[in-house]
Design a protein around this ligand. Sequence first.
Ligand code: HEM
Ligand SMILES: *[C@@H]1O[C@H](CO)[C@@H](O)[C@H](O)[C@H]1NC(C)=O
Ligand SMILES: *[C@@H]1O[C@H](CO)[C@@H](O)[C@H](O)[C@H]1NC(C)=O
Length: 465
Amino acid sequence: MEIMSIITFAVFIFLVFLLHSILKFFSIGIKKLPLPPGTLGWPYIGETFQLYSQNPNVFFASKVKKFGSIFKTHILGCPCVMISSPEAARLVLATKAHLFKPTFPASKMRMLGNQAIFFQQGDYHAKLRKLVLRAFMPESIRNMVSDIDSVAINTLGSWEGRQINTYQEMKTYTFNVALLSIFGKDEVLYREDLKRCYHILEKGYNSMPINLPGTLFHKAMKARKELAQILAKILSVRRQMKQNHTDLLGSFMGDKEGLTDQQIADNIIGAIFAARDTTASVLTWILKFLGENPSVLEAVTNEQDEIIRAKEENNEEKALNWADTKKMPMTSKVIQESLRVASILSFTFREAVEDVEFEGYLIPKGWKVLPLFRNIHHSPENFPEPEKFDPSRFEVSPKPNTFMPFGNGSHACPGNELAKLEILVLIHHLTTKYRWSMMGPRNGIQYGPFPLPQNGLPIKLSRKT
Ligand code: HEM
Ligand SMILES: *[C@@H]1O[C@H](CO)[C@@H](O)[C@H](O)[C@H]1NC(C)=O
Ligand SMILES: *[C@@H]1O[C@H](CO)[C@@H](O)[C@H](O)[C@H]1NC(C)=O
């Protein structure tokens, strides 16, 4: 018995040793591979200035031209590999997603809370994702169309007869729609408080992280606590009422799920963060592209007028419904083409969790990996005459992994249906009831952090007569 177990033990040790050697052999194999081409610039600061001192697209484009679709560089203190081929994007985001974990700058993590969906992998991520998708899938958001419809009508009404900053006003619209999707109609009670706290929070998170009374950062941390208190109040009211809600908060509160209040708070703040500025930037670009392309605007307006006409003919209720939004193919193509040309999320961040081989190169463990969506969307191989705004190119669907405004794989945007829905509804009322003229400079772009028309696209809106 004794001897048997000693032999078993010896065999076990031998096998462990063998396995270790095999693994070591292979990892040395990978280690021998060259790094991708490219330059790392100065120590520590790397090429951060080259990237941030100009339009970032100039940096990416000149690198791709020099080194090809995969190259290394060094920004913000991190060595990184930038990739801009559809194959590489598929590998990093979808097929080998387990080897590339999402990473964010520390400031974002502080603002959103470290339990928010963006930073997670594995079981906790899968659980959160299921809950978010449940609230944002078409069957859930189809009931929200008439409420979004009223938000859109009120928003546009408030712009009449004055010069507005399109981006700022769109942020109010997308914030209100986000609250509707998170809290349902209960939200009106808390809207102003939530808005005030979120505003302080966002101002603080880009500031120096010095937690002394009076600093923006200190105020932001206080606002975050207050947000958590407001949420706690909403949660306790809901728990007493014992009703089922189909909104995001209801999904997070589902009995079996057992999320803590902290986890719920981090993910509610995260959802507002993911939903508001992204959708508002896209809407701003759409107004610009429609304003610059009269024939496209006319086609969209005709499509939207036809929806109103058909509803009147069938004696339907005036408010838009889900079925109406499925009869907008021209407008949908305009949204797709705007997402492509504007590519507001120029890239995303991942980090290699181990040494990875890709196309004969080594991507070392710990390096950042950035799929460059904008370069993929602006490559003439994927989209001929890429700088031209031409919605008709979406009459045929793009090839896999050449068009990823919402990402791909396990972290792809769960809010994409909601984003498209609220954009369709706003364009419907805008084109059927209003004209607008653009007041600012024509070609300027600002980055803050998403690319936007200069000064947020000042416009003047008036009712059609
Ligand atoms: C046009 C507007 C939008 C664009 C272009 C957009 C784009 C994206 C992209 C590219 C990602 C993936 C990032 C990555 O893989 O690193 C993402 C993730 C996400 N988006 Fe959106 N998004 C938009 C609107 C929304 C809306 C309205 C919501 C609703 C709450 C939302 C919620 C989220 C969430 C929660 C994630 C994280 C998913 C995860 O990590 O599993 N987004 N979005
Ligand atoms: C809420 O949903 C649960 C599970 O789907 C169901 O068992 C319960 O009866 C519902 N309660 C109400 C008040 O609708
Ligand atoms: C996402 O990746 C899968 C697998 O590679 C692919 O089939 C799909 O078309 C991709 N989606 C997009 C939007 O490119």
